[in-house]
Design a protein around this ligand. Structure first.
Ligand SMILES: N[C@@H](CCC(=O)N[C@@H](CS)C(=O)NCC(=O)O)C(=O)O
Length: 221
């Protein structure tokens, strides 16, 4: 059985949980507490599994794989149906471009270790940290809103069925809310969010549904 190392409100873990659910794959969940006692991701035991010290990590037998977008590619090869990549080459490329904007250009700037560095090494206070987060999340989501205008009639990001873009988008909007961004600025993205929130694969992957969820830390969403 597949095993996933995950933290309830890690957006990269959340996107991977959605993908596993959409593929109807059973998996064993191993939780990694990113905050307690300096973070279990920094423990030697976990670093032996993933030297990068980040979640998610997918384990399939002896095979270990970090990086959510690489995990998506592995899942697509492992279980081709239901396909989570559009058939058309250009739509597929756009879909990956959408995913990369979130995974490469937005999420790293809101990541825990970056926020720690801002605070502990650079002396950035909470108000400036919030400005940082809202600025970079906004700068990343604006072009995604524009990109999806072309697919404005579609219930999901790129058509009538979910793709990896939806797997990336929902967690990123969860983080946007968590860090105080108002989703009204991105009506098309918010409409996709509403649709995905009705889908059982997305519902089951939500941070609030995870065994390690800490209810008092739930964002309004
Ligand atoms: N590019 C990686 C990002 C992984 C990542 O940054 N994970 C975060 C949680 S979303 C993490 O483990 N952070 C721990 C830390 O910053 O110490 C992916 O897509 O999997």
């Amino acid at each position: 059985m597949l095993r996933l190392y995950s933290y309830w409100r890690s957006t990269s873990s959340y996107r991977t949980r959605i993908a596993l659910n959409l593929k109807l794959l059973d998996y064993e969940l191993r939780t990694v507490h990113l905050v307690r006692d300096g973070g279990e991701q920094n423990d030697e035991t976990y670093r032996r599994l993933n030297p990068q010290g980040l979640v998610p990590l997918l384990v399939d037998g002896e095979f270990r794989l970090a990086q959510s977008l690489a995990i998506f590619q592995y899942l697509e090869a492992l279980v081709p149906q239901p396909a989570l990549v559009p058939e058309d080459a250009q739509h597929a490329a756009r879909m990956w471009s959408f995913c990369q904007t979130i995974a490469s250009d937005i999420q790293p700037l809101q990541n825990l270790r970056v926020l720690h560095y801002l605070k502990d090494q650079l002396g950035v206070d909470d108000a400036a940290r919030t400005r940082w987060l809202q600025h970079w999340i906004g700068a990343g989501l604006d072009p995604l809103e524009a990109m999806l205008q072309q697919y404005a009639e579609s219930p999901y990001c790129f058509g009538d069925t979910p793709t990896y873009a939806d797997c990336c988008l929902l967690p990123q909007l969860y983080a946007a809310l968590r860090f105080g961004c108002a989703l009204e600025r991105w009506p098309r993205l918010a409409a996709v969010q509403s649709r995905c929130n009705e889908h059982p694969a997305f519902v089951a992957a939500h941070p609030s549904q995870q065994p390690d969820a800490e209810p008092d830390k739930k964002p309004a969403s």
